[in-house]
Write a protein that binds this ligand. Sequence first.
Ligand code: NDP
Length: 295
Amino acid sequence: MSSPTEAPAVTVLGLGPMGRALAGAFVNAGLRTTVWNRTPGRAAALVARGAVSAAEAQEAVAASPLTVVCVVDYDAADSVLRREAVTAALRGRTVVNLSADTPDRARDAAAWAASHGVRYLDGAIMTPTTTIGTPQAVILTSGPADLHQEHLPVLEALGGSLTHVGEEIGLAAAHDIALLDIFWTAMTGYAHALAVARAEGIGARRLAPFAQGIAAILPPIFAEMAGQVDDGDFSGEESPLTSAASSMAHIAHTSEAHGIEAGTMRAAQALVRRAIDEGHGGDGFTRIAELLGRR
Ligand code: NDP
């Protein structure tokens, strides 16, 4: 426990756009914030606001009981944390790794931490830099619940909802992968739609309000489909796969007629076609999740 006059300390390793946002939120919350980045020179604005810039990662780690890591991926995180001097400085301290990577890399990092006396929580940031320190931030953690609770008073400076999604260390990364699966597929669809619309003489700004309308119908569909997937309910009376296949074919044909590749839509169409060929043409889109999930 810190004394009333001494604010808790936290260290941030990695000062890319997200690392700078995290460190900035800690500084704004009045925490004693130490920062380090592989390439020097990224800390000036934070130092001007009260952060301490460490010359070496081990020095940064030694300054706080809690180190938040936010670098591009786990190869980068490992290359910092697994340096002998850094590992030695981390013994008995906590690392919260908010870098993005796969569930397996999170498990590997936790095993390494356990074998080196480092207390370890994994995490995933689900919202952009501008949300950090605001109610809009969404951050997930996984690993020991008591470690999450212990560091919550400091981590809460990052704002928004900080949710512990489970003890299994890979769970934060697993949520991240699933949610980014939605995000990147949707972004690819939007980029493709803008290209097709443009080829048909519709400017992006003209399409945008209608595109937002399409996006807005998705949340209730997501909720309904989730219940159906969990219950094994594939009913598709209102919107059968045969209808989806026809719509997808129109999109692919129109794209290709303009010389615009339609690989993403063709892949989706192939999945729907497989389900129809199996006799599931009257089912709803839930059937695609079942088909993809077979192992
Ligand atoms: P980047 O993903 O580009 O990461 C940049 C940081 O990684 C810099 O500090 C960089 O150091 C460091 N880095 C890269 N390679 C190495 C290495 N080999 N050794 C040490 N450090 C290295 O930018 P962000 O800050 O935006 O993202 C950080 C993490 O946050 C990523 O995993 C990202 O997916 C995640 N995230 C980011 C969001 C965003 O909106 N930006 C949103 C949600 C998650 P250097 O300056 O020396 O190159």
